[in-house]
Structure formats: C-alpha cells, structure tokens
Ligand binder design. Sequence first.
Ligand code: ZN
Length: 242
Amino acid sequence: MKILIRFDDIAENMNWNLMEKCEKLFDQFNIKPVLGVIPNNKDKELLSYPFKNDFWKTVKDWQSKGWEIAMHGYNHLYEIETNKKDFFKYGGKSEFYGQSLESQSSKIKDGLKIFQKNNIKIRTFFSPNHTYDKNTFEALKLNNINEIIDGYGLKPYLENDIKFIPQLFYKNFFLPFGLQTTQIHLNYWNDNDYKNFSKLVIKYKKDIISYDEAIKMLSNKKVDKLIRQLLRKILIIKRKLN
Ligand SMILES: [Zn+2]
C-alpha cells in the first residue's frame, strides 16, 4: 500500500497557521505532497481566511523542494449543477462541467498564465468537486495538461490519452493495497484534526510517496481495470445511499 498526500484548496487566503505546521511536519519526515493550488481564487468561503502577501513566492519554494504543484480549477466558483451526469458521477455543482470547450479551455489557459507568470510548472490538474465532462479533458489536453488526480482504481491508468491518478475516499481511509490518494481540506481543521494527521504521517511515513513515484505505478493491466470498474460501481452506489 502506498499513499499520496493531496491537499485541496491551496490559495492566497487559507489557514496559514495550520499550513505552516504541516510544512514543518513534511520537512521533518521528507514527505513530498501534492498541493492543489487555485490560481485565481474567488470562492467567498475561502476568501474569509487570512491572506498571504508572498503567496506565489511560497508556492515556488514548495515546488523547489520537490513538492508537486497541481492546478485546482481556476476560480473555484461553482456554476452548473451536474445532476450526477459528470464524468465520475459525483454530482453536485461544478466549475467546469457543462460548459463549452472554448470556455473551459480559456479558464485553464488563464490559470496557467498565472502559474507561468510566477515561474511555476504545472503538469497535473484536479477539478473542484471532482466534476468533469469530456470537454474538460479536451480543454486540458489543448493546454498540454495530460494528468489528472481523480478517478477510480488502485493504480494510475491511461484513458483518453490522460493519466489518471485515482482519488477514492473523502476521509483518510486506506485500503491495504494499491495507491491511495488523500483529499485534505486543512481550512476546516481544528487542532485535533492536525494532531490526528500528524499521527497518520508518522504511522505511514514509509508508505507515503511522491507524485513522481505515484505516476510510475501506472498500469493498464486487465486485473487493474477490473478493480477500477468494481470500485467505481461500489463508490457510486455508496454515494447514492449517503
Ligand atoms: Zn476545492
């Protein structure tokens, strides 16, 4: 079993107190997480957190340490209700789903410009609320992004010329095999949540891998595809019951 640490909703406004604690923790155990950075955050809920002046310099420093900087949407504003017709059948609202290829592509382009301006390289993406449609994939490919941290399965896989790195559970729940990607929203944490997270990091420190190592686990074997299809069915049913 391997774990990839993915943090969501990294932006100029966030819980910097906890982020600094996490950074120290990661440095102490030489852990390289994936940070989903919102390039042009307009989400009101997130804007209520403290603002960091030298945000982009901080992101650059994280990348220099070998942490993976992923693009997490463009402005984190949810516009269209998916009615569970989104690609992974999560449902809920989406920043991308249901919009034209041109509109999705221009959001991605504008987001990438902000990263480029700040000298940050982007190769991977994950959408707010896990919601995509076929146009999202095309828009990403038009902008030379061919990797997405979302989807089902226990190993990264190639589909539609995109490498998907699966992300299965909302909570830190780990199956005893395969690659497990977390989904961590530290803005909602209290001190106790941080304590639990630091315990988890210490417990699993030998199993936590970097994004580069995760990508190397890519498999399009039949057995992995079957596991993927099975997990997809189970998780879609589970979400319906919740
Ligand atoms: Zn988000």
